[in-house]
Write a protein that binds this ligand. Structure first.
Ligand SMILES: NC(=O)c1ccc[n+]([C@@H]2O[C@H](COP(=O)([O-])OP(=O)(O)OC[C@H]3O[C@@H](n4cnc5c(N)ncnc54)[C@H](O)[C@@H]3O)[C@@H](O)[C@H]2O)c1
Length: 254
């Protein structure tokens, strides 16, 4: 149990990736603060055995007061927070349209919510660490599409694509993580990114086959395939790793 006596704040804990991470952190002995704008998927019975290690909090990363309240509540229960993992996915109502159908307002709304939210959360985590002199490791979820242009050919004849907003959001998160790393040098705060490839979710078989051709062996990954890298980046094993982005994609981008 590599995270005994650690308290980890997971944002987006109601989601596909965040819920699996939360469960694994509990198994590794961590106290987990499961935060999300909605908590409907996090059933108490699933996490019941860990009830003393587990706290659910409704939190919106686009709202400063909401994040600050979550920190207060979490600190009143656990006394300190050692790390945070931001797996949230804020997006606007018009998110994901065809490139030529994306309006200026929709583009800027999506960037405002997603990049703005990740920025705000990073700022509050860094402030907490610096003001309390608390060691803190923050892990931001970016994506391979923050690193490379989409391989549009794999989406041909499907109703899927990589939205232009996504590319802008995810690349910005990588650069902001470096900015904040540079800004917080000489402190106990560090921030890194993980950039997963696609995660399996009952996608069309033809799409999966095309995706796999760019990969080494597996193609689309399961959330479980990310856990080793997630645990590494929030634990002491990566104590001197700062401002980095680790791509976990079975070789899709190379
Ligand atoms: N699933 C993939 O294939 C994949 C691949 C690469 C990167 N990612 C990234 O990983 C992260 C998690 O992806 P996922 O598939 O689990 O997404 P998801 O949509 O299943 O989960 C995201 C969670 O974020 C929450 N959320 C949305 N807005 C919020 C806000 N303002 N404040 C707090 N919580 C909010 C949602 O309620 C949801 O529970 C995302 O940032 C995504 O871009 C996902």
């Amino acid at each position: 149990m590599i995270l005994q006596n650690n308290t980890v704040l997971v944002v987006g804990a109601n989601g596909r990736i965040g819920s699996v991470i939360s469960k694994r952190l509990l198994e590794e002995g961590a106290n987990v603060i499961a935060a999300d704008i909605t908590l409907q998927n996090l059933k108490n019975n699933e996490f019941g055995v860990y009830k003393d290690q587990f706290l659910k909090i409704e939190m919106d990363i686009t709202n400063k007061e909401s994040i600050e309240k979550a920190f207060e509540f979490a600190l009143s229960k656990f006394g300190k927070i050692d790390s945070a993992i931001n797996t949230s996915y804020p997006k606007g109502s018009e998110y994901g349209k065809h490139f030529f159908d994306v309006s200026y307002d929709s583009f800027t709304e999506n960037l405002s919510l997603h990049v703005g939210g990740f920025f705000l959360f990073m700022q509050i985590c860094a402030k907490y660490s610096l003001s309390s002199n608390q060691k803190f490791s923050l892990l931001n979820f970016s994506s391979i599409y923050g690193n490379i242009a989409p391989r549009f050919e794999i989406y041909e004849n499907t109703d899927m694509t990589t939205p232009v907003e996504y590319a802008a959001m995810k690349s910005a998160i990588q650069h902001l993580s470096q900015y904040v790393s540079a800004f917080t040098k000489n402190s106990k705060f560090r921030v890194n990114c993980i950039s997963p490839g696609g995660i399996s979710d009952n996608q069309d078989a033809k799409f999966l086959a095309k995706y796999k051709k760019f990969s080494r062996e597996k193609g689309m990954l399961d959330v479980e395939d990310l856990l080793g890298t997630v645990l590494y980046l929030i634990s002491e094993s990566s104590e001197y790793v700062c401002g980095q982005n680790i791509i976990v994609d079975d070789g899709f981008v190379v």
